[in-house]
Design a protein around this ligand. Structure first.
Ligand code: ANZ
Length: 836
């Protein structure tokens, strides 16, 4: 009966359990469960079906699974679904390269990931609710959502500047442009003006901003990322007159306190006033500059180190002093932000400072660090301070002056307070095949009409025309060349029209999938609003922030929109957002190109899924990046082997004990401590999202049982009760072994058909832990969190299991020769001295 036995058995145990769970249907959700029953919606961000599940997926679903299983134990109705974010460019690229239809490639990948990869980890998904965004049954409703947005004035047809990827031949969203290059192709991005469908998310900028204050269940960094994306700025629009013209140039500034330091104005090259105001002798220079600027991406324009620019040969008139200041154009001023024009304050803004130095413009100091400070002439000072050279405003603080100068400008009719957001409208047109067709029809002379709801879905043609074509041949919108597909009739006049050949940004598919899980197979409705009442907002949403920030903006926007039309109960879609860290190898993100990947499948082959899951949830808080460590994984495998063989040895009486049996002091103590461990773990998971603490509780709870096995005074029933509760705790992360042991030693039914015990049943034993300092070779190396009752064996076991890197480094590959536990007067461990 040794630990090898677990190693030999694990593959069989896990396969058997997975088969049993499937047959028993324990993971099924009753979407219409009575509303007064507690509901728990746990959602891991749905994967893109690349064909390869990775450790990031395992981490996300290990956490979601623990939350789901705990919810079911507590008697809640749990929704824990799996879906596929299945549209997108890789399928198209694969089709071009490998001559496979995107639909076929995607379906094969999904089958592989579901059946061969994720299934082996034993996550408790209700697969009857599975959805796939590329199936017509799903995208019909993505199109329906587009029509709803259109109906409510949220869709615009705009000529807009887009990021054009010349290699992938497609428009990219701003965030798909990284350092001025396409996120996939790496090609330098060009700017092009194109007719696009866009969604007026900017209408919701203020709501999305204010809503951030309600996101108590989100991490600070997730909220900060949202804040940064929305980018709220308070300031003023100030109008400057133009010498010899009745035009006005409005500038947006967040620093009206620096108004007296303005020594020039700068227009964005694409500002329409440029054409109107440029002096005839400056036209050639200006045109040349504009043409060059428009070739650059927005990112490059802002990042550009050289502050180039040209004068347009005109002066603007200062709204308060009447002074004349020259007007320039420069590409660091963006056409799409603010008013597309700025006032230059070279003494107080770094870019303006550089620009003024390069263009030989005066630098006028108007803010000093403090009253009476000696401003160095021409120096840059960007902070708030006290005003000088600003007429009646001299001596005011920047904050007061912002108010007072804005008031003065307003009183003079030359401007007003404004709040601006960096958030832009959401351009959703994509010149791609593998996406949801945009349900619009084009008529003569630029007219358009929506496809009637009854005619949805607008299905993709079955064949992708660019299959197997070289990049040179496969250009433009694939659907634009399919004449049969394009032909349509106007639903109102019956005249010939042309279908919109662009498909939707895949962020649109993922912006509403949480609702579709509530009715994933309905052909009649996107989801039943009563179900949204019941299930939304999501209780726990889990995913990596790295890719998710933007998704969360769209998701929050769609939720707010749906709320405004009565289709979801709350404006925010996610009560608690758990942004997990990354699993790295050797300090680097795992990636194929680096050749440093480990796949979940190879680990499961080696150690089983339970060890993987227990390991991936342990030691490091889930929100931090973790470095993969084989010895940590192996320690978990050894731990599970110890559990396995201990249950084999203990010969516990069979039969489920729903209530704690009568017992003497030691027995009651054991049961109380076990219940406390369960309570502590449940609280750690549900309330604090501290999964690694819950795993630590599993280890210390097992030590309780191991110690109790040696205590003859404890009744067998008390031991059996504690051992049964322990399996429930273990099952949150190691469901296969826990259920196997349950069925072998306790009852014929699955452990998951049973309930979490009333952890207060024996009075509450506050699950205290004490911090135990660890000294190895005479030096302090780290700490352990242990129960105050931990025995010496217990401490030794905890040392063996810990993944604390500073301790691990000292222990790996060495044998512990001696271990001395120093205790406080009441017997709690305080320090452990290890000799290796
Ligand atoms: C004068 C000034 C003086 C400014 C000073 C700043 C400091 P945020 O916070 O991002 O909203 N700005 C305005 N519109 C711009 C555009 N289209 N392209 C590039 N820059 C633009 O930034 C607002 C500030 O960015 C504005 O305040 C303006 O410069 C600049 F000591 O006006 B400021």
């Amino acid at each position: 009966m040794s630990e090898e036995r677990y190693q030999d058995q694990v593959a069989t145990i896990e396969a058997n359990m997975q088969q049993a769970w499937k047959a028993e249907g324990l993971d099924a959700t009753d979407l219409d469960a009575p509303a007064d029953r507690p509901h728990r919606y746990v959602l891991g961000m749905f994967p893109y079906p690349s064909g390869n599940a990775h450790l990031g997926h395992v981490l996300v679903f290990t956490l979601s699974d623990a939350l789901a299983r705990l919810g079911r134990y507590k008697g809640e109705e749990v929704l824990h679904p799996l879906g596929w974010d299945a549209f997108g460019l890789p399928a198209e690229n694969a089709a071009i390269q490998n001559q496979r239809q995107p639909a076929e490639w995607t379906a094969a990948n999904i089958d592989r990931m579901r059946n061969e990869q994720l299934a082996r980890a034993g996550f408790s998904f209700d697969l009857d609710l599975e959805l796939n965004t590329s199936s017509p049954l799903y995208y019909q409703w993505t199109q329906w959502l587009f029509l709803k947005l259109y109906e409510h004035g949220q869709i615009d047809r705009q000529q807009s500047w887009v990021n054009w990827d010349p290699v992938d031949q497609t428009v990219l969203a701003n965030e798909q442009v990284i350092d001025g290059k396409g996120w996939r192709s790496g090609a330098p991005i060009e700017r092009r003006l194109m007719e696009q469908w866009s969604i007026k998310i900017t209408d919701y900028a203020e709501d999305l901003w204010n809503g951030l204050d309600t996101l108590d269940g989100w991490s600070e960094r997730a909220v900060a990322a949202q804040r940064n994306w929305i980018g709220r700025s308070e300031g003023a629009d100030i109008a400057f007159g133009v010498d010899g013209s009745d035009a006005n140039i409005e500038v947006f500034t967040t620093r009206p306190d620096t108004l007296f330091g303005v020594t020039s104005l700068t227009l964005a090259p694409e500002n329409p006033l440029v054409v109107q105001l440029t002096a005839p002798d400056r036209l050639d220079a200006v045109n040349e500059y504009v043409a060059a600027a428009l070739k650059k991406s927005e990112v490059d324009r802002q990042a550009g180190l050289e502050r180039s620019g040209v004068a347009i040969g005109r002066d603007a008139i200062h709204p308060l002093t009447g002074a004349a200041v020259p007007i320039y154009i420069s590409d660091y001023v963006l056409g799409g932000y603010g008013t597309g024009a700025i006032m230059n304050v070279p003494a107080h803004e770094a870019r303006d400072h550089d620009f003024a130095r390069e263009s030989g413009l005066p630098i006028t100091t108007v803010v000093l660090p403090a009253e009476g400070a000696n401003g160095e002439d021409g120096a840059l000072f960007e902070d708030d301070g006290v005003l000088v050279n600003s007429g009646e405003f001299d001596g005011m603080s920047s904050a007061d002056a912002r108010r007072a100068i804005t008031d003065a400008v307003e009183a003079a009719g030359k401007g007003r307070r404004v709040v601006r957001y960096r958030l832009r409208d959401w351009t959703v047109s994509r010149q791609r095949f593998w996406g949801a067709p945009i349900p619009m029809l084009h008529g003569e002379g630029g007219t358009f009409e929506p496809v009637p709801e009854a005619d949805l879905p607008v299905k993709l043609p079955p064949e992708f025309a660019h299959i197997g074509k070289s990049a040179g041949e496969a250009q433009g919108s694939p659907l634009a060349t399919d004449q049969d597909w394009l032909a349509a009739l106007s639903p109102t006049t019956g005249e010939a029209m042309t279908r919109e050949p662009d498909t939707m940004d895949t962020f649109m598919c993922s912006a509403w999938y949480a609702w579709r899980f509530l009715d994933p197979t309905s052909e009649a409705i996107a989801w039943q609003p009563e179900r949204a009442e019941r299930w939304m907002p999501i209780d726990y949403y889990i995913g990596g922030l790295e890719h998710a920030n933007q998704h969360l903006i769209y998701f929050r926007y769609i939720s707010r929109f749906l709320h405004s039309i009565g289709l979801t109960p709350t404006p925010e879609p996610v009560a608690r957002f758990l942004d997990n860290g990354m699993v790295r190898l050797g300090g680097h993100k795992m990636s194929k190109s680096r050749g440093n990947t480990i796949t979940p499948t190879e680990i499961i082959d080696r150690t089983g899924a339970d060890a993987l899951r227990l390991y991936i949830a342990s030691d490091t808080p889930f929100e931090r990046d973790r470095d993969w460590d084989d010895s940590g994984l192996e320690a978990k495998q050894r731990f599970l082997a110890r559990v396995y063989s201990a249950y084999g040895r203990w010969a516990l009486p069979r039969g489920v004990l729903d209530e704690a049996p009568e017992a003497g002091e030691a027995g009651t103590q054991l049961m109380r401590a076990m219940l406390a461990a369960l309570a502590q773990a449940a609280e750690a998971i549900d309330e604090r999202r501290s999964f690694h603490t819950a795993v630590a509780a599993i280890h210390s709870a097992f030590n309780l049982l191991a110690d109790a096995a040696k205590d003859e005074s404890i009744e067998p029933a008390a031991r059996a009760y504690a051992a049964q509760q322990f399996l429930k705790l273990l099952s949150l992360f190691a469901p296969h072994l826990a259920d196997h042991l349950w069925r072998t030693h306790c009852s014929d039914s699955s452990i998951f058909a049973h309930r979490w015990p009333d952890t207060e049943a024996l009075g509450s034993a506050a699950a205290e832990t004490v911090t135990v300092a660890v000294q190895i070779g005479g030096k302090r190396r780290g700490e352990l969190q242990l129960s105050p009752e931990a025995s010496d064996d217990h401490v030794a076991a905890a040392l063996e299991d810990t993944q604390e890197p500073t301790i691990r480094n000292q222990l790996d590959g060495k044998t512990i020769r001696k271990l001395i536990v120093v205790r406080t007067p009441d017997g709690a461990p305080k320090l452990v001295n290890v000799v290796v």
